[in-house]
Design a protein around this ligand. Structure first.
Ligand SMILES: NC(=O)C1=CN([C@@H]2O[C@H](COP(=O)(O)OP(=O)(O)OC[C@H]3O[C@@H](n4cnc5c(N)ncnc54)[C@H](OP(=O)(O)O)[C@@H]3O)[C@@H](O)[C@H]2O)C=CC1
Ligand SMILES: O=C1OC[C@@H](O)[C@H](O)[C@H]1O
Length: 399
């Protein structure tokens, strides 16, 4: 009975997450909320979940325009999602003076070029992860944003969810003692096509870029420090299914395993796989962070998308006794946090709320700082150096 109830509550939560109640409109808007105008670069697959749906519930956000390389694609996307304007070509959208904020979900290899162009056009930017191809590019983007007094945020949405905050709180509270070992896994059995951006070297593909950025971010966040060294790193390369894709053969990693040393004798491991191999039945995705401490351990299941489902299992050793408890934090009040939020809020809903807080001069409860984004790319670079895949290519830096 309990499990039927929990399956029902998962469905209800997910249904509401993707069909959120409309924001309140006010009289002067005539029923149409007129908020800060956002523009989307590319009719990207992730845009509905990461921005368009959360925006429906945010009283200060209007998704106003989308640009695609092809006008028909932009128009169809705009129509499907109720977006008033469609542009052919990204620069036209950046030239629209009505737009204040840009969402950049382009392939990783284009993040730098188009974020720099968006900033040059005076727009704030919500930028998909990983922020660019290299730490150097990331540093340049943030310095440029600072010089223009514009907001730039790398979209590490998982950080904004209260389950992530509760996990961090348990780890830092001291209840389990100092951290000894941490492992973050993000392994998915997806059958991406050979054409997917994730397998294009020139577009900044690879498992470490796509998934490793989350796991490295998670390790650094929970340890609260940057690693001191990449101890070892190995990758399995993507083998295209079709012989017409030889251009991408042996260029990007499908899977990477890396071990880091952190200060204070802490070790950290990441394992990422874009396409876990299987014969007939796909394996269950592995999306966990496990923290082993001196007097116990914590495991968060599904640290990336906790709204869907998650559990935080805490095991405490006390002499010969072992006590285990499981926590679930679907809304801020479950963790005693005095924030806005509902159990159906996606990680992206919290992220958008934080972005708008920053834009409106309020204090967001969580933020991903420049130094954090730069350091994350630094450690991605270092893992690639260790596995001897050259780091991702840099597009031209001039704008
Ligand atoms: N936060 C999250 O949970 C997630 C984040 N992401 C991140 O978002 C970004 C986009 O991912 P996703 O939505 O899956 O990507 P898509 O495959 O949907 O590609 C995004 C857009 O890239 C544009 N594009 C521009 N140049 C090229 C090119 N040469 N080849 C292919 N596409 C091109 C396309 O725009 P056009 O419409 O103009 O053709 C396309 O709409 C990545 O950085 C990824 O890491 C991805 C998934 C989840
Ligand atoms: O959240 C995610 O899950 C699947 C990935 O391939 C994607 O890019 C990532 O952001």
């Amino acid at each position: 009975m309990a499990s039927i109830f929990s399956i029902f509550s998962i469905f209800k939560r997910l249904y509401t997450a993707y069909h959120p109640p409309r924001r309140e409109s006010n009289a002067e808007d005539n029923g149409n909320v007129k908020g800060v105008k956002w523009g989307i670069l590319g009719a990207a697959n992730i845009a509905p979940a990461a921005l368009i749906i959360p925006a429906k519930a945010h009283p200060e956000v209007e998704v106003y325009a989308v640009a695609a390389r092809d006008l028909n694609k932009a128009t169809a996307f705009a129509k499907k999602h109720g977006i008033p304007k469609a542009y052919e070509g990204y620069q036209k959208l950046l030239d629209d003076p009505n737009i204040e904020v840009i969402y950049n979900p382009l392939p990783n290899g284009l993040h730098f070029e188009w974020t720099m162009k968006a900033l040059a056009a005076g727009k704030h930017v919500l930028l998909e992860k990983p922020s660019s191809n290299t730490a150097e590019e990331t540093r340049q983007m943030f310095e440029f944003a600072e010089s223009k007094n514009l907001i730039l945020l790398e979209a590490f949405h998982y950080r904004f969810h209260p389950a992530t905050q509760r996990t961090k709180e348990i780890v830092t509270s001291g209840e389990l003692g100092p951290i000894k070992n941490i492992k973050a896994s993000l392994m998915i059995p997806f059958n991406w096509s050979d054409d997917d951006i994730r397998y294009h070297y020139d577009l900044g593909g690879g498992a470490l870029m796509d998934l490793g950025c989350y796991t490295i971010s998670c390790l650094r966040y929970l340890v609260g420090l940057n690693p001191s060294e990449v101890v070892s790193a190995t990758s399995e390369l993507h083998r295209p299914k079709s012989s017409s894709h030889t251009a991408h053969k042996d260029k990007v990693d499908r899977k990477t395993l890396a071990v880091f040393a952190f200060p204070n004798d802490v070790t950290g491991t990441i394992e990422v796989d874009l396409s876990m191999p299987y014969r007939f039945i796909p394996p269950f995705p592995r999306v966990t962070a496990i923290v082993e401490c001196e007097s116990g351990s914590l495991e968060i299941l599904n640290f990336v998308n906790p709204t869907i489902y998650h559990s935080i299992t805490v095991t405490k050793r006390d002499g010969k006794k072992t006590i285990t408890r499981t926590e679930k934090v679907y809304k801020p009040s479950d963790a005693g946090l005095d924030w806005k939020g509902e159990d159906w809020w996606l990680t992206y809903t919290y992220q958008l709320a934080a972005f708008m807080d920053k834009l409106k001069g309020r204090r967001p409860p969580v933020w991903v700082e420049k130094e954090d984004s730069v350091a994350n790319m630094e450690w991605i670079d270092k893992v690639y150096e260790k596995v001897r895949l050259s780091i991702m290519p840099c597009p031209p830096t001039s704008v």
